[in-house]
Design a protein around this ligand. Structure first.
Ligand code: NAD
Length: 253
């Protein structure tokens, strides 16, 4: 029988999600050596194979499932398949997310709904699908990837900011509901992290953003992944309902 923790990560093929999959697979985590990981992706089949090959460690099992995280039915089906392969679930990381930026004057109802469905509804879908298993075993670690934009807002991102603020409210509510079952629920609010999501920024936009980052650099996916690893480890057993900023000091409260 495997002593590894079992993790499900949404949006695992690139950027922050990819770093999280690697961190959980490689980390001496949760009082055991490794986690077995099932990750969800929605488009790039080659990327899913690539990451499985990259990890290729006999100590960990990595499974990839193609699904649209915004679909409740697909989430139920995928989690049940993942649990069958992993033998259970101890960790859920809700990471899948998109942007569809526009000023409010130009934002369409479809831009709003799509971002809310993929960013926020997916968190509901996957949390709902894993929680009964976690409750039964009286153990679970849930980490939701929000954004500093959900705390302070950003022009052109009303849909994205609303979805991320929603994740924060969701995290705190579910943390309160599940605390007595030894299930912790926390959020991470990254600032600007170098991924495909932020690669569209112009040099001028980057310069302006850097002025607001006391550490004077953008973050790396691994900066976020390390905090996920910590929140899923034994060292964080008494932390729940928190939002941890990983932003080089951009937002201080
Ligand atoms: N990059 C940043 O600066 C930054 C800052 C704050 C928060 N975040 C958040 O971190 C998370 C990861 O972002 P990233 O920068 O790595 O972005 P990314 O675009 O590189 O990756 C997003 C991931 O989500 C997956 N995804 C998108 N739609 C999906 C769907 N319908 N179903 C399943 N998977 C889907 C993609 O396949 C991809 O793996 C997102 O939630 C994002 O909002 C990113």
């Amino acid at each position: 029988m495997s002593l590894n923790k079992r993790a499900i990560v949404t949006g695992g093929t690139r950027g922050i999600g990819r770093a999280i999959v690697k961190e959980l697979a490689a980390r001496s985590c949760c009082g055991v050596l490794f986690s077995d990981v099932a990750f969800i992706y929605n488009s790039c089949d080659e990327c899913a194979e690539e990451i499985q090959q990259e990890i290729n460690d006999p100590g960990t099992k990595i499974f990839a499932f193609k699904a649209d995280a915004s679909s409740f039915e697909e989430a139920e089906e995928t989690v049940s398949k993942a649990i069958e392969k992993l033998g259970g679930v101890d960790i859920l990381v809700n990471n899948a997310g998109i942007t569809r930026d526009n000023l409010m004057l130009r934002m369409t109802p479809e831009d709003f709904d799509t971002v809310l469905n993929i960013n926020l509804r997916s968190v509901f879908n996957y949390t709902k699908a894993v929680m009964k298993h976690m409750i039964k075993q009286r153990y679970g670690r849930i980490v939701n990837i929000a954004s500093v934009v959900g705390l302070i807002g950003n022009p052109g991102q009303a849909n994205y900011a609303a979805s991320k603020a929603g994740i924060i409210g969701f995290t705190k509510s579910v943390a309160r509901e599940l605390a007595t079952r030894n299930i912790t629920v926390n959020a991470i609010a990254p600032g600007f992290i170098e991924t495909e999501m932020t690669e569209k920024l112009t040099d001028q936009q980057r310069e302006i953003l850097l002025r607001n980052i006391p550490m004077q650099r953008f973050g790396k996916p691994e900066d976020v992944a390390k905090v996920v690893g910590f929140l899923c480890s034994k060292d964080a057993d008494y932390i729940t309902g928190q939002v941890i900023n990983v932003d080089g000091g951009m937002v201080m409260s």
